[in-house]
Design a protein around this ligand. Structure first.
Ligand code: SAM
Ligand code: SF4
Ligand code: SF4
Length: 341
């Protein structure tokens, strides 16, 4: 054990396996332009059939195996995880792993329906995505008919259920919602919730990403600080992906995730499992390990653990650090809605 954590399997760059993200569905009730553009994910799109998805027994087996290998944090994501009707059953099953930090990322609009049951089933925390407080911009970015108020109601429901402080993810896209950075900070000052501004990333190959769409973290921080002076928090938890800033007047904090301008691959301890059971060791991977084939094939006890250990031990991913110089196949990357961010 080190620092209260069990010894974990390490990759080729010495990074331990600590975090698991599970995408429980590739479906979503939004069509965010930067994630599931309707041109690709429209009515013709073939979503995964139910029997192609991992069932909850299979997910529990993957989670338990990852836990044995050192994982202590699991985040449920999607697509939209609350589109899975039985999500609370999965939460209840995973929350029985002792000391596990079990969290979820959601677009929030179904939280008023589910927050209480999720908390009662053992969910600890929720992150809610909200890109704009302006209805027109929100609608354009999410390409949905939902209201900003629906998301705010979801955040309030999470707070009432004891799932706060809620982290609020805002993906910043130049010329689209960057004029709202300080307004978003203002909206959640004096609340227990923490806004995290995220640089728009080149995940997948359908969102038409271009470097000119990215607002670098430094510019985001300046936009907030010009209205609300704030100091960087010297974080001893080096695994945190967000750089934290605390307002000088003591009215809360915000975070910035600088995956493009200041990558954090050297501390990346995260593995992802897609809804159909493929394991990816990087958000920008184009190939993964088919865990479903292992789970549904002829096997002996220990095969899954050996496969996970082998894959993590051979990992040398650091896409974001190499982004500028990379010769990788940029058009064949896995889509965000399959691996959940
Ligand atoms: N549907 C849920 C939601 O939106 O919160 C969970 C899945 S979503 C893929 C997880 C996170 O990824 C969201 O906060 C979303 O804003 C973020 N995301 C999606 N595409 C992104 C991109 N191209 N760059 C940065 N963040 C992105
Ligand atoms: Fe759906 Fe989340 Fe992707 Fe938006 S970011 S389309 S809410 S999965
Ligand atoms: Fe981790 Fe890959 Fe992102 Fe680097 S680019 S932080 S290795 S997921």
């Amino acid at each position: 054990m080190t620092g209260g954590l069990p010894t974990a399997v390490r990759d080729r760059l010495g990074r331990p396996l600590r975090d698991l993200r599970i995408s429980v569905t590739d479906r979503c009730n939004f069509r965010c332009r930067y994630c599931m553009p309707r041109e690709t994910f429209g009515s013709e799109h073939a979503f995964l059939e139910r029997d192609a998805l991992l069932d909850f027994g299979e997910l529990k087996e993957i989670a338990s195996t990852a836990y044995e290998l050192g994982v202590r944090k699991i985040r449920l994501t999607g697509g939209e995880p609350l589109m899975h009707r039985d999500i609370c059953e999965l939460v209840a099953s995973l929350s029985s792993l002792p000391g596990l930090d079990l969290a979820m990322t959601s677009n929030g609009v179904l939280l008023p329906r589910y927050a209480e049951s999720l908390a009662a089933s053992g969910l600890r925390r929720v992150t809610v995505s909200l890109d704009s407080l302006e209805q027109a911009t929100f609608e354009a970015m999410s390409d949905s008919r939902y209201q900003v108020q629906d998301v705010l109601d979801g955040i309030a429901a999470a707070e009432r259920a004891g799932l706060g402080a809620v982290k609020i993810n805002m993906v910043v896209k130049r010329g689209v919602n960057d004029s709202e950075i300080a307004d978003m900070a203002a909206r959640f000052r004096d609340t227990p919730h923490i806004v995290r501004f995220i640089e728009y990333m080149d995940v997948g190959s359908t969102n038409g990403w271009d470097a000119s769409h990215v607002v670098p973290a430094s510019e985001i921080v300046d936009a907030v600080r010009s209205r609300f002076p704030a100091d960087v928090v010297d974080d001893s938890d080096r695994r945190a992906v967000a750089t934290r800033f605390r307002y000088r007047d003591g009215r809360g904090e915000f975070g910035v995730i600088s995956s493009v301008s200041k990558p954090f691959c050297s501390t990346c301890t995260r593995v992802r499992v897609s809804a159909e059971g493929t394991l990816y060791t990087c958000l920008f991977a184009s190939a993964g390990l088919d865990l479903r084939a292992i789970l549904r094939g002829r096997r002996t006890p220990g095969d899954l653990a050996a496969a996970l250990t082998g894959r993590w031990a051979s990992r040398d991913d650091r896409y974001s650090e190499l982004r500028g110089s990379l010769q990788a196949d940029r058009n064949n990357k896995i889509e965000m809605s399959y691996i959940g961010g």
